[in-house]
Design a protein around this ligand. Structure first.
Ligand SMILES: [Zn+2]
Length: 404
């Protein structure tokens, strides 16, 4: 089992400068490799440049530019080229399947925030000063950087990544761990209904509210975005100090919202996995719900697009993304797997309009967002609780049909 750890780094002023240069140079390598692929595609009759060719050129690139490219880890540069290769693979996959994806884009330094080291010990070393009470990570071209290691790392370190979020620097580790002992059986089963007003309602009538602090942070984020939008768009190097501060504020708040959402998801998932052997949830097809409508090309003007309702849909998308269901379910599945629990996705149709008492299904059973009132037998309950009970029943039916 692979586990990820993320720790704040505390670089010195000098190291911080070197980290910035490391991102900048990896970014320019990425853009250079992208340029090469674009040129080949456009001018050499749709020839495809592949990762293998670009990777073998790395040696020459490093020798040609020892100050900038020769300074960094060969393996991290390969990882950057591989990332571009993945972007292209996704692009071609979508072209083949008849979609019209955007061509992979150049990244500005402010959008290029991660450098990966595919193997601990190759261009990087976790816990490089084991006798020192302070944990450090050694990064080629940067030095031994202090790490705020707030929890122990278990298992064998596989990969190390450096990530910039706003003004902060993080080190992200993945570690291979032995399968932990499954949790003892509780013989409890539960259904959950994911929503917006409540993050989660369960079939026992309990609720997990949406992370309020996340919403407060979202309001602050909106204000910060407005403040930023008062400045004309400029490259990082041309921004005024006030503009730069506004940009950093937005990045900092984004990071905060993301961390809070993750924390909430981890706690909620852990609570469920500890208490129940089987957890059934709606198969939300979040991806489909939140996917932006396809752009409509304007037939009269090449290169321009007609309105497609994307703005109207953005509000709904935001609350879906805000609730972070996708993130939550991913975490729930991971925790359930390591605890030996079962998670079942069920078809969500009719789960909110079927009466759990008499089985009568009608949309009139749900007169309001939160209210369930059966028009046949008169049963009343919170609509989300009813949804969760129906999800549990459907999950158990599915489980009996295909026993694990
Ligand atoms: Zn009923």
């Amino acid at each position: 089992m692979i586990r990820a750890y993320k720790f704040l780094m505390r670089p010195t002023v000098r190291q911080e400068q070197a980290l910035g240069e490391m991102l900048r140079d990896h970014c320019s390598l990425y853009n250079g490799a992208l340029q090469e692929r674009r040129d080949a595609w456009r001018h050499v009759s749709q020839t495809t440049v592949r990762y293998g060719m670009q990777s073998t050129q790395l040696k020459e690139i490093r020798a040609f530019d020892p100050e900038r490219q020769g300074r960094w880890s060969f393996s991290s540069q390969q990882a950057t080229l591989r990332r571009l290769d993945k972007a292209f693979a996704a692009f071609f996959r979508r072209v083949t399947s008849g979609e019209t994806p955007g061509y992979p884009r150049f990244r500005s330094v402010s959008w290029f925030d991660t450098v990966d080291f595919p193997k601990d010990g190759d261009g990087c070393r976790w816990n490089s000063t084991p006798h020192d009470p302070v944990t450090r990570v050694r990064l080629q071209g940067v030095g031994h950087v202090r790490v705020n290691q707030h929890r122990p790392v278990a298992g064998h370190i596989k990969t190390v990544s450096v990530k910039r979020e706003g003004r902060k620097w993080f080190v992200v580790l993945t570690a291979e761990q032995d399968q932990p002992e499954p949790l003892p059986a509780t013989s409890s089963v539960v259904g959950i209904d994911l929503g917006i007003a409540n993050f989660l309602a369960d079939s026992n009538g309990d609720f997990v509210p949406s992370p309020r602090h996340g919403r407060r942070a979202a309001e602050k984020l909106e204000a910060a975005q407005q403040a930023r939008s008062r400045f004309p768009r400029r490259r990082a190097k041309d921004r005024t100090a006030n503009h730069q501060r506004a940009v950093e504020k937005v990045a900092q708040l984004h990071g905060k919202v993301r961390r809070q959402r993750l924390d909430h998801a981890h706690k909620t998932a852990l609570g469920l996995v500890r208490a129940h052997d089987v957890i059934a949830h709606e198969d939300l097809k979040i991806r489909n719900m939140s996917r932006a409508p396809a752009p409509k090309p304007d037939p009269d003007q090449a290169g321009l697009f007609l309105p497609n309702g994307a703005a109207a849909k953005a509000g709904l998308n935001r609350s879906i993304n805000d609730a972070g269901w996708g993130v939550f379910l991913t975490i729930l599945y991971a925790k359930a797997e390591s605890a030996g629990r079962e998670v079942i996705a069920v078809d969500p149709r009719n789960t909110s309009r079927t009466c759990p008492e008499c089985g009568h299904t009608a949309k009139e059973n749900r007169p309001a967002q939160e209210k369930f009132h059966c028009v046949s037998c008169g049963h009343t309950a919170h609509a989300d609780t009813v949804g969760a009970i129906n999800v549990l029943r459907a999950g158990l039916v599915r489980r009996d049909a295909n026993p694990a």
